[in-house]
Design a protein around this ligand. Structure first.
Ligand code: SAH
Ligand code: SF4
Length: 400
């Protein structure tokens, strides 16, 4: 057998200790809008008449070519490059670990400055999932999450902060760097074709940064991933759903998971604030939703909890009139959870009912479970795992 180019189930970058982390001394330009870039150029003395042209050049180098240093930006005058390098960087979040699953999924652990002296750095994860016809990057919007959904590992993480727009765009840029996926790929194809805001955090509780980042990611003079290929997943922050449609214009996914308020209050506690009826109304009002641009309803399959045929029936009934598709997600276990994934034949029965009612109902194949990269398994080690948790993780990875 030929040796494979990339080792399976491999760790390519070994994690460096948190104590060695040195926060960046200068701000990065990644994540700035054109207007903000023009302002920064003004700060370093670029004349107003020149700024527009310089911004265009910078934009091209940063977001189209993926330049990793000002030196690479050969169309910009040497003196401006030197001035830029003196005050700014083009740094992305630091990659402190990279793992490749035996199914090709890659997970990067990224380290970010915390801004406080006690806890020197924060960590988030970002996952790349290659498929035959696409490559999807699962991006985080927060360190941890404030929402505590009872089946989600991220929700158990205590430490929370919003990511900046630069840290969100930076995840896409890290993936392009690591996958050699910038404009100069020889065959002209792209590895990262789709973005899902389904990593750590609730994107609609970090609205401005997520909006600014996605507008950059979608800009066709730069990273150029079309808005139809970007999906924002929310647990149901109702007031920001319509806003997301108006101000970002990406595809919407709703983490529904239950069809009755009583159960959804338990699974997704945010439901107590924004119950199912209000959530579905926001979906009906979502700008741009149509049969060609359906809203995805995510439904995690929890054994004996939400997986009966009665649930399936009610689900079909309540989505009437909404251009919807339903995504069934087999529950991904994590150490300490009391939930179990539904039996496979129950998932099939549930899926068949929905399919017969006219909905496409793909069951999301769990990817990257061996490296804990699957939905809901992300939890950075900013909080250290206990020895027992580590053992449980290893045991789980082996049985998958
Ligand atoms: N906070 C946002 C986006 C991140 S979670 C949201 O909740 O929508 C991305 C998806 O993974 C959500 O649908 C979430 O409900 C689901 N998820 C969380 N934990 C899971 C688990 N253990 N197994 C399967 N899916 C899970
Ligand atoms: Fe937060 Fe989403 Fe996890 Fe709920 S499912 S705790 S909203 S990341």
């Amino acid at each position: 057998m030929q040796p494979t180019a990339e080792p399976h189930n491999a760790t390519l970058v070994e994690k460096t200790p948190l104590e060695t982390y040195v926060p960046p001394a200068k701000p990065s330009l990644i994540g700035l809008s054109r207007t903000e870039l023009a302002d920064r150029l003004g700060d370093i003395g670029v004349a107003p008449a020149q700024r527009k042209m310089r911004v265009q050049q910078l934009w091209h180098w940063l977001y189209f070519r993926g330049a990793q240093s000002f030196d690479d930006m050969t169309s910009i005058s040497k003196s401006i490059r030197a001035e830029l390098a003196q005050h700014f960087t083009v740094d992305r979040p630091e990659v402190v670990a990279e793992q490749i699953s035996n199914d090709g999924t890659r997970k990067w652990l990224l380290r970010l400055p915390s801004g406080d002296s006690v806890q020197k750095a924060h960590e988030v994860e970002c996952v790349y999932i290659p498929e035959t016809d696409r490559g999807t990057l699962c991006v985080s919007s927060q360190v941890g999450c404030t929402l505590n959904c009872s089946f989600c590992h991220t929700g158990t993480q205590r430490l929370v902060r919003n990511l900046t727009a630069g840290e969100i765009v930076g995840q896409v840029m890290v993936a392009r760097d690591r996958l050699n996926d910038w404009a100069d790929r020889e065959d002209g194809t792209r590895r990262v074709t789709n973005i899902v805001m389904m990593g750590m955090g609730e994107p609609l509780y970090n609205f401005d940064a997520v909006r600014d980042a996605l507008l950059i990611v979608g800009d066709n003079e730069g990273i150029g991933i079309s808005r139809r290929r970007i999906t924002l997943s929310t647990s149901g922050v109702v007031p920001n759903i319509v806003r997301a449609g108006e101000e970002i214009g990406v595809m919407l996914a709703i983490s529904l998971h239950a069809v009755r308020d009583e159960l959804r209050n338990e699974l997704v506690p945010l439901n107590r604030k924004y119950p199912i009826k209000e959530l579905l109304q926001a979906c009906r009002d979502y700008p741009g939703a149509s049969n060609a641009r359906r809203i995805t309803f995510e439904y995690v399959m929890l054994k004996g909890v939400n997986d009966s045929l009665d649930d399936a029936k009610l689900l079909v009934k309540m989505l009437k009139g909404i251009p919807a598709k339903i995504n069934l997600i087999p529950f991904n276990p994590w150490p300490g959870t009391a939930y179990e994934c539904s039996d496979w034949d129950q998932i099939e029965k549930f899926s068949e009912y929905i399919f017969n009612a006219g909905y496409s109902s793909p069951v999301r194949t769990p990817r990257g479970r061996d490296i804990l990269a699957a939905c809901g398994q992300l939890k950075s080690e900013t909080e250290k795992l206990s020895a027992r948790e580590r053992q449980a993780l290893r045991a789980m990875a082996m049985t998958d």
